[in-house]
Each structure stands twice: as structure tokens, then as C-alpha cells.
Design a protein. Structure first.
Length: 115
């Protein structure tokens, strides 16, 4: 029997099923944090600036909080305090849930951990 990998994706969505925050938004925020630029972050992720901006704005509207702040006197962006908190807490939550689910999936034959 071949080895089996456990996969799982976690996200938050609104009543209409629109994604508010999940692994894609977390990765986008992480890239903005690294690059200091939404445009560069979007390009690294293979998406348009407009798509990246739309995803950020959709999350900000539901949260009623800004996730990004434009750096004064430049075109760069930084994560706001709430943006940093949500990114960190989402990653911690996702890792905790994933570890728990991975442990509980041990009933399946030949399952391998792949964190």
C-alpha cells in the first residue's frame, strides 16, 4: 500500500459563502509583509494587483478594519496592527487544528505526517 497524506484547508466565509480569510489571504498578507508592496506580493503569487486588492478590501469590509496601511510618502504598504494579529492568530489556529486533525487521522492505514 502506498503512503497516504493528510490534507486540509481552513477558511472563514460570510453567510453567502464568500471567503473572508483563509490560506490565500494569509499568504498574500505574508508576502506584503516581506515585500512591502501589494503589487510585488501579487506578482509573486501569480495574481493581478486588482485581484489582490479586491481580496484585501473584501476582508477589510467584513472585519470593518484595515489590514494594510499605505506608507506615507511612498507606494509601499505595511500590515496594520490588526493585520499582523489576524495573520499570526490565523496561522497559530490553523496549525493547532491541523495538528489535532492529523493526530485523529491515525485510523487511516499508512498515513504520514506532512506538516
Amino acid at each position: 500500500m502506498k503512503n497516504v497524506r493528510f490534507k486540509m484547508r481552513l477558511w472563514f466565509e460570510d453567510e453567502q459563502g464568500r471567503i473572508i480569510f483563509g490560506p490565500g489571504r494569509a499568504l498574500l498578507l505574508q508576502k506584503v509583509k516581506e515585500c512591502g508592496s501589494l503589487n510585488k506580493a501579487a506578482k509573486e503569487l501569480g495574481m493581478s494587483y486588482r485581484a489582490a486588492w479586491g481580496k484585501i478590501k473584501a476582508s477589510e469590509e467584513v472585519l470593518n478594519q484595515k489590514l494594510l496601511a499605505k506608507t506615507e510618502g511612498s507606494k509601499s504598504f505595511t500590515l496594520t496592527e490588526i493585520g499582523l494579529q489576524i495573520l499570526e492568530k490565523y496561522e497559530n489556529w490553523r496549525n493547532s487544528v491541523y495538528k489535532f486533525a492529523q493526530k485523529e487521522a491515525n485510523f487511516f492505514p499508512n498515513i504520514k505526517e506532512n506538516l
